[in-house]
Design a protein around this ligand. Sequence first.
Ligand SMILES: Cc1cc2nc3c(=O)[nH]c(=O)nc-3n(C[C@H](O)[C@H](O)[C@H](O)COP(=O)(O)O)c2cc1C
Length: 204
Amino acid sequence: MFYRIADDRPLPRDPLTAIVSPRPIAWITTRGADGQVNLSPYSFFTAVAYSPPQVIVSSIGNKPDRDAGKDTFAQASATGMLCINIAGYEDREAVNASSAPFPAGVNEAAHLGLELAECETIDCPRLAGAAASLECRLIQVVDLEGEANRLMIARIEAIHLRDDCVTEEGRFDVTRYKPLTRLGYADFGAIETVFAMPRPRLPE
Ligand SMILES: Cc1cc2nc3c(=O)[nH]c(=O)nc-3n(C[C@H](O)[C@H](O)[C@H](O)COP(=O)(O)O)c2cc1C
């Protein structure tokens, strides 16, 4: 099968997110300028640099109760701070439930009974039970092509790792929480199989 984006799609649904999968999920907590706490998942997310460590997240579409964009982007843009929490298979129902289009004033974490803790380096809550949490400062918001597509670039200031996910050898062991990932359509995945392959070297 082949088709051009400019032509009619020969499939009933857009396969893009099934093709570009699995994607990690940024389960983002923010505190707005008015103190309002927000929690929502974003899978257009990845790490893009080590030093300084940087991540990107993109938002598509507008919420009906906002002039532009979604609550997470509005709050992070207003304060310059956000916390990216990492979810595991056990969090799957809560991750999905937190994506409902709640009105701007709703604290999804409280609504779902999820425990919050304060970040250390930014004025922002984090999910106390997350496998990992990244305390981030917003560097830049880039308007992307298309209607209401926006990209956030953020620098990681500090990292929390749940103690039971760190091995005695000092590795962050994903098999201990099974990272929840987003696929296409309504599909999710959880990483079950991990194997290591040393990077190839050219013969001397
Ligand atoms: C697992 C998952 C991943 C999602 N990823 C994105 C994403 O990358 N970008 C986006 O705009 N919406 C994404 N959504 C939808 C948002 O979570 C949803 O629009 C939510 O209501 C936004 O909340 P907010 O307005 O509180 O930020 C995702 C939903 C789920 C369940």
